[in-house]
Each structure stands twice: as structure tokens, then as C-alpha cells.
Unconditional design. Sequence first.
Length: 706
Amino acid sequence: MGVKNVKVKTLSDKYGVSTKEILKELEEQGFDIKSASSVIPADVVELIEAHFDELMEKKERKEKEDKEKETKAKAVVAGAPAAAPAAPSGVPEVHIKGPIVVKHLAELMSKKPNEIIASLMSMNILASINQTIDQEVATKLCSKLGFKFVADRREKEEHQKQQQQHQEQAQTPEIQVQAPVEEASAVSAAPDFSDSEDRPQDLKPRAPVVTFLGHVDHGKTSLQDAIRKTEVAAGEAGGITQHIGASVVSLDGKTITFIDTPGHEAFTAMRARGANATDIAVLVVAADDGFMPQTVEALNHAKAAKVPIIIAMNKIDLPQANPDKIFIQMQQNGMLSEDWGGDVGTVRVSAKTGAGIDKLLERILLESEMLELKANPSKPGQAIILEAQLEQGLGPTANVLVRNGTLRIGDAVLCGEHYGKIKAMIDIKGNRIKEAGPSTPVKLVGLSGVPEAGIKLSVCKTEKEARETAEKRGMEKRSESLVRTSGASLEDLFTQLNNEKRNNLRVIVKSDVKGSMEAIIESLKKLPSDKISVDVIHSGVGAITENDALLAASAKAVVVGFHVRVNPGVNAIAKREGVEIRLYSIIYELIEDIVDALEGRLEPEKRERELGQAKILKIFELSKGPKICGCYVEKGTVRVGAKARVVRGGELIFNGEVRSLRRFQDDVKEVKSGLECGIKLDNFMDFMENDIINVYEIDLKKSTLS
């Protein structure tokens, strides 16, 4: 029986929460639901209920932890030694362990983050909400706000507990108490992706994972369209695949999972991830073009991943198709086709006519049988992140490929510095499913943030374990970042912003998915120029926000959006602050525009062009005005407005401009070689006979990056 529509009031009654709180939470999650009588669509009811179940669980857990802390605090106070020093009267203590994050510090002091940031600014320290500060700064900040900073809360509590135990043992010496041995923390242990624990009887055959690699526009996506009878390629901007996608097809009762990776050179890292997640690589080569630079690059990724390679010779229907050329190029790249006595399968296909598609699939299944691919579906799921993004109404989502085990609704998962409980899983057809086994691509909903594409995802025993591991990784990453980049004072920041000697273009990059964001940043870093650089001061996934516009204004940066929208009100802020926002759907256009912007920031190249040379024969003193020198033009042309250098005895004595020229009684614009004339220069009258006047012009040429 399907899920029915649910009213907001029903949710309010179910969870014992006011409708006002329900509506507020729904609004924060991106749902446009305005009143208590509003109906929640059936297709999102499960997702919303899972969200509120999690909120209630967190609330109960927090209440339980607070109660336990209160009980422990009372026990410590009751058993603490009389001589223990007390905190100064009236001063609340702030206890914290590990990296001191501004947001966490604000929560402990019950302050708003902007209050803490403002206080730090008054101390000449610039820090963002997620930035860490050192202990000395935290101590001064707490003191300023009426708190006492105490580092390492856990160590202090453990010390008090030990003191209490010693006191109890001293009072009852006849009883020997042995302290329990603490187990190794699960925080430091990373999930194991190996199959070493799988018993042979647990292993079951699994579908092969096939990656299509190749040069842009050689027909990778169109070829898969022909296989799965879809029109995916028509929906891609400019006909170019921009993201990693996955699909599943069935043939004679057997399934094949396909991963489509972009062929554009900007997506090198994404192709590498695709190759590393695959069992078989299909290298698509256009029969008319043959091997191209990205074809070789994709081939190297497949070789590095040590997977079988099948050559799909596409566009074989074209009259200019040349199979022999491809056979030769294969040989040049260390491969020999079966057609020439080698061991590399080469299949002639046409995505347009469908020719050879069945032979390609048969070859894939043959390679799969030889690999004897197996996995253990009964163990906790292990997957790899193909792509991750923020989606309105769903929050952070991740497209994953299950490599081993089975993912199920409600599983606690960990990936990098993010964690969560799987609230929903959506298959390639858009259907919600309860579980996903090996070789299955699926979209996950329920993560705490957007993970990096290409990293591993594992199921943990509990959500608490996943959360603690993720938090530890996050703190370690922030600590590493803090070590790499020292904190900056306001004076340092303003000095940096006002330093005109730094010739660079500052950019904020926002993209719909992380893979594209990384590819864009990597492309910008590779722009060939020793004259100017691109400085990506911020990047992220999701729409362009007010904060992006304000940051761009303060840093004098350009905001670049790729497949994203601009939030309401942001354009008005950008216009007010003089910030340029540019939106793109094709990466070629984005890179070309950035190059144009860089070249526009370069000073034009100045090239000096010699016009002529004149020799001073006689000096004429006028009753009014400056001296005029009588000259003979020895070569070239002397022109009004041209630049002029006066040389005497081989030394330069003046560099200026030709103010005017006279021939007899007439003012003229130029005088050519072999003629005499009077020359007047700007702000120079100390002429002497036999001085040489060299006349030249400056040509300006637009600078290029190379």
C-alpha cells in the first residue's frame, strides 16, 4: 500500500511538537509549506518523517547526555578533595579539547557566532565561523567576555574521577579496585575496504562495472544511449558529458553497470576516479579521428587501474572511417588488436545505426566471465562516491557505486569527514529502494555534508561511531589547514588587498557538483602564464549566495557559477558592491572567458618604432617663446606628436615629444628625409649645434598569457 499525503498538523501531533516548529523546520529544509493545514506530498513523506525521527533521536540523546553530565558533576563535587582549588567566584568556565573552532566556542559561551567574530576583530584577529584559533587567543577572548578558558575538558574530568577513586580506595583499603582497561578508540580506525574477511562460501557473482573512456565527442555517451535506448546525450549542455553518471542494462538475464565519464581534458581527475572504480574499460575511439591526446590519457588511466581494455571503434558507418589507422595507433601505444594477432578486443560499432552493439555487449560479458567477479552481499555496504551535490528539499546527496556488501535504509555511514544515516535511496530510474547490493549505482540521502568525489563510503556499527570518526577527521583537516596558512590580522588583509603589485585575477567558483568544481579549479591552475595568475579564494557546491557576493566585494573577485543559480537578492547586492557574477553551462566557455579576463588585466606590450633622425644645424633665439632649432632631417620622417630623444656626444640628455614643426613660415605636421625644418620640443630649450634628435613612436599590442 502506497504512502498517503500527510498534513502538517498530523506531524505535529505525532512528534509532540508545535506546528510552528514543524513549519520552521520544513522551511529550513527547503520545503515550500506555509500553514498547519497544508498537505505534504506523498513522495516526500518518508523523507520528512525520517528527518523528524532523527531530530527526535538527537534530542533524546542530548537530554540523556546532559543528565549523565549533571550526575557526574554532582558525584565529582561530592567526592572532590577539600584542597582542590576552586574557579574564581562568578566566572563561568569554558572547557574545550582539540582545535578551537569559532562556532564551537560560541556555542559553549551561548553566544552568537557573529558576536565572537566581532570580538575577535576588535582584537585585530580576522576569523570565519568555521576557522580555528589558538589557545592564547581563545583565553584572551574568553576573559574579555567574562569567561575562564580551560583546555582539555576530558583530561580534567578524568583527573577528577581518578582523585575520587583514590579517595574511595583510601577509605576502604581492604578492597582492591582494578580500573577497567579502555578499548582502542574507534575514532582512529578507518573503515576497511578489503575483502580479506569474506569467506569463500559468502561470495556471490556480481555484475561487472564498465567505464566508457575516450576523447571528447568520440561518442561515449551516444554509444551508451544506443545500448540502453535513452537520449541522455541530448540533455547534456553542448552535447558534452559534464558529470559522472551510471546506468544498468540487462542482457540474457545478466546485468552490466556502466559508468560514463567526461572526455573533456578538464575532467582528468574524474576520469581517473571512473577508471579506479571499474572492472572493465571500454576505450571509445572515433573511426574517422583515431587516437587523440585525451584518448591516450584515458588509456593511461585504464592501464594504471590494471583493468581489461576493450576498444570500441565508433562511427564505423562514416565513409572516412579508417580501422587500419586505429590498429597502427594501438600498436604505437603498446596494444595489439586481436585482428592483428594480439589479445586486445576491438569491436566495430556505430552509435548512430546500432551496428556492432550486440558484439560489444557479448565481449563485455566474456571479459566479465574471465574475471570471475564476486562480492559478499551479506556484509555491511562499502561504496565509492561517484558524485555529490546539494539538492533543494533533499540536502546533501551522493551518487555512489556499491563495491561490496549491501547498503540499507537506516544504515549509519561514514565517508571522509561526513557521516549520516541513510534516509532514502534512489535507483537510476528514480525509484526509491530499500537496499542496494554489489555493483549497484544509487543516490543516497541523509549525509551531513557533501563528500569529495572518489572517496570511499562505509557502513559503521552506530551513528555515534560514524559521527565521532567524521568529527575527528574534520578537526584534523582544520588543524592541517591552520598549520599550512597562518592567521591574518586586519592590517595584513588590507595590505594584501591593496597591494597593486600582485597581478592576479581572484575568482570564487560555485558548481552544482564537486567533481565539476574540482575540474574547473584544476583547469584554472593549468592556464599557461608566468605573467598573471588565477587565485581561487573560495569554492563550493550549491547556489551563489549573499556571502559569496560579499566575499567577492571585499576581495575584489569575480564570481563564476557552473550549472548553478543565483539566490534571490544576490544580484542586487552584487550590483551595489560592483561584483561581477558570470554563469556557465559549458566548461569551454568558462575557461575562454577567464583567459580573456586575464589578458584584459595584463598591461599592453609596448613596442618602440623608429620614425626618423634629425641633426641640429643652428639655434634661433626668438623675442617671445622658446628657442627653435634649425635642423636637417637625415633619415626617415619627423612628425608632430611623436616621441623624441636628444643625444649629445653619444649621451641621452632629454626624452620628450615633438611639439611643432615649421617649414619656412608654415606650420607642418611632418617633414621627410633630406629637408630642413625648425623643430620645437616640449619643455626643452638647451639645444646645442650638432645635437641629434631621434624621433620614434610607441606601438601598443594586446598582451597574451603565453
